[in-house]
Design a protein around this ligand. Sequence first.
Ligand SMILES: Cc1cc2nc3c(=O)[nH]c(=O)nc-3n(C[C@H](O)[C@H](O)[C@H](O)COP(=O)(O)O)c2cc1C
Length: 422
Amino acid sequence: MMEYTDVHFRHLLHLITPTMELWSEMVTAMAIVNTKHDPFYMRRFLRTSRSNGTVLQLGGSDPNMLREACEVVLENMSEHGGWTGVNLNCGCPSDKVSLKGCFGARLMENPELVGECVSAMKSVLDPVGIQVSVKCRIGVDSADTYPDLRNFITTVSQTSGCRTFQVHARKAVLDGTFSPVDNRNIPPLKYDYVYRLKEDFPDLSVTLNGGVNSISDVLSVAEACKSRGGGLDGVMVGRGVVAQPWYWCTSGEVLYGGERGGGVKSRRELIREYGIWADKEEEWEGSKKGRRRILRPVVNIFNGEMGGKRWRNRIDDIMKTAGSKRKGYKDETGDDTKLSELLEKALEVMEPSIVDQTKEETMEIMLLKEEIIQGGTDSGGGVDGVAREAIKVWNEERRERERLIKEDEGDIEEDALRAGGG
Ligand SMILES: Cc1cc2nc3c(=O)[nH]c(=O)nc-3n(C[C@H](O)[C@H](O)[C@H](O)COP(=O)(O)O)c2cc1C
């Protein structure tokens, strides 16, 4: 997501939930090609903070330019880290890209060209095993029926061999009457189109996107698709993660089972770990250029909690101290306190019980809140009921596991006492 999912935000999310696949902001192929000799931009556009599970999204509509951008990506892999996938954006509704550049969602009007673009990208990336995918809408303007979407997917997959699609389940209106924000909110979500895609193309990988804001929502859409005989290959969450990154801390455990969990245990640990990253990054970029961008990902980590606004204001105050021309840590007041220390100090505006709340406690509180919002316990039957039930079962199993571990520890202690002659 432009202005959000840069390397810093992705690093924060990686600390919270290491198993989640992460996506870059859209970078235009032209920007990559034009700056390929500039180490600053190569680092900014092409760096990942982990070796696996990150997708780079490209914008463009010129097959040659996209091919060259992919070559530049490959050339930079050893220095800036690995991408598991490269995606072509066919969903951005902004005038800037849909009118002038004629890419983004506008590309859906020309599936043959999308096929050529993807073929060009695959010619570079297939040999090294990097997957090329396409993210699109369910349609544009009046070409918004399910057959229109099916034709798009058929042409792109048949002409290029593309096997992986991410579908934002609302159409884009490109006649100039809608702003990008309108285009993300006003056209109605039609999950049904995405479920039908999975039925019609069982061999393609289909990810659903749009309006999924909670783990229950993820489970609901997965269940709804399954109940129709298909099975989604992924669910993509945008604004829901940006608004409340910490909320997703148990997504690995809940969605994939215990062994796929991991990540930090609390937000105190998160800030400690992120502080290590922040110091290194600020040392490299200098506080003037880097501080605001480095701090932006942590702004929302207490959203929805008591004191969340105090935290946001505190981070905003630290952002304002970004140095003028001085290098290194120094901020404009001449203070050279490291970001890690400023972040740890900022935690003092929050209740310790919130800062130290474990992931499991967070999930229990969320569950409670959801039940209060939805007016009671399990609705019994509907897909939402199924989703909530799945989370509840996970939670009960977790409590049981913890109880057994405690029992075990008690036994071991008793054994040790006996062995010691007690
Ligand atoms: C600020 C912002 C920036 C976005 N930037 C991108 C982008 O660079 N590439 C993209 O494919 N989608 C982008 N999107 C769209 C989201 O990826 C997603 O498709 C859309 O918001 C619907 O999903 P959601 O309801 O989970 O947010 C952006 C959305 C927002 C709000």
